[in-house]
Write a protein that binds this ligand. Structure first.
Ligand SMILES: NC(=O)c1ccc[n+]([C@@H]2O[C@H](COP(=O)([O-])OP(=O)(O)OC[C@H]3O[C@@H](n4cnc5c(N)ncnc54)[C@H](O)[C@@H]3O)[C@@H](O)[C@H]2O)c1
Length: 288
């Protein structure tokens, strides 16, 4: 059963992080290692993965979240090494650089986004949850969503928003389905601001099978995105990845479902969306 009010002990427990070779995943790995956890990092970027695993003294396992076989092999490898998993972070994520209107967005963009951001989480659950339940120990699953889609969509980034909205709903369903078991569930909204990571250049990991028929625009780095925002009179803000990782540690300890950092802007969007639904009024909360 979910323990009520008892902070979860992390020391000595086993954590698996997909997309763990860089960005928020690596920051989580660092934070978990600092808590005395045994850390497993999984990623498609093998060079970065080896470097990250060496830095943390973690087990680094090359794995592709879009492949059932690869995720099954990851779970088998982790159970062979440690015999248990207590914290599973389904964190790997991508976003296509091309963000045209929905009726012009290529299906390859959709297939790639859905395969990594949504089916990737499902592969993680299918490979690990049966083993975690069979082990009978307390455990926790953290799925990485985004305020874009999870709170309200940014219409100009529809693929990403739709996939992250799906991660929230999937996590709510998972929470309901795991009620009464020793496994807890959280959904993570990194932020409250953008996090300066490789997500902005996620195109580097797009497999050939999801290639666009017409080349998309070049991916822009976080700093280039910030520059473009300034050009439109907006002041970009970034949340350090370490801060997100600290929010995850606290959220897991406290068994919180919503790992959603305090933000007046986010809260006002949640309220405006709820008010729009209750009032059957137009979605005036949509962001550009
Ligand atoms: N950076 C932000 O501002 C922000 C905001 C909200 C949500 N997020 C989410 O946070 C998560 C982590 O992203 P990040 O910002 O650290 O970006 P990142 O690009 O630095 O990290 C993502 C990692 O996922 C890996 N990856 C990509 N495809 C994969 C696959 N098929 N299988 C396994 N690994 C794969 C990449 O190699 C990379 O190491 C993502 O789910 C992202 O959508 C990021």
């Amino acid at each position: 059963m979910r323990p009520a009010g008892t902070p979860r002990e992390l020391r000595g427990k086993v954590a698996v992080v997909t997309g763990g070779a860089g960005g928020i995943g690596l920051a989580m790995g660092r934070a978990f290692a600092a808590e005395g956890m045994r850390v497993v990092l999984a990623d498609v970027e093998e060079t970065a993965l080896a470097k990250a695993a060496a830095e943390l003294g973690a087990l680094g396992v090359p794995a592709d979240v879009t492949s059932a076989e690869s995720m099954e092999a990851l779970a088998a490898r982790v159970y062979e090494a440690y015999g248990a998993v207590h914290l599973l972070c389904n964190n790997a994520g991508v976003g296509p650089a091309a963000a045209p209107p929905l009726w012009e967005q290529e299906i390859g963009d959709w297939s790639w986004g859905l395969d990594v951001n949504v089916v990737g989480v499902l592969h993680g659950l299918r490979a690990f949850v049966p083993r975690m339940l069979a082990g009978g120990e307390d455990g926790h699953i953290v799925n990485t969503a985004s305020g874009n889609g999870g709170v309200a969509p940014i219409p100009s980034a529809a693929v990403y928003a739709v996939t992250k909205a799906a991660v929230v709903t999937l996590s709510e369903c998972l929470y309901g389905q795991l009620d009464g078991t020793p496994l807890d569930v959280s959904v993570l909204f990194p932020g409250p601001h953008m996090v300066r990571t490789g997500i902005f250049t996620a195109e580097r990991n797009r497999p050939e099978r999801f290639a666009r028929t017409v080349p998309g625009p070049p991916a822009r780095t976080a700093d280039e995105v910030a520059e473009a925002m300034r050009a439109h009179g907006l002041e970009p803000a970034f949340t350090p990845a370490e801060e997100v990782a600290a929010q995850v540690v606290a959220g897991v300890r406290e068994g919180r479902f919503w790992i959603l950092p305090p933000s007046e802007r986010t809260d006002s969007m949640i309220d405006a969306r709820a008010a729009s639904m209750r009032g059957r009024s137009a979605p005036g909360y949509l962001r550009r």
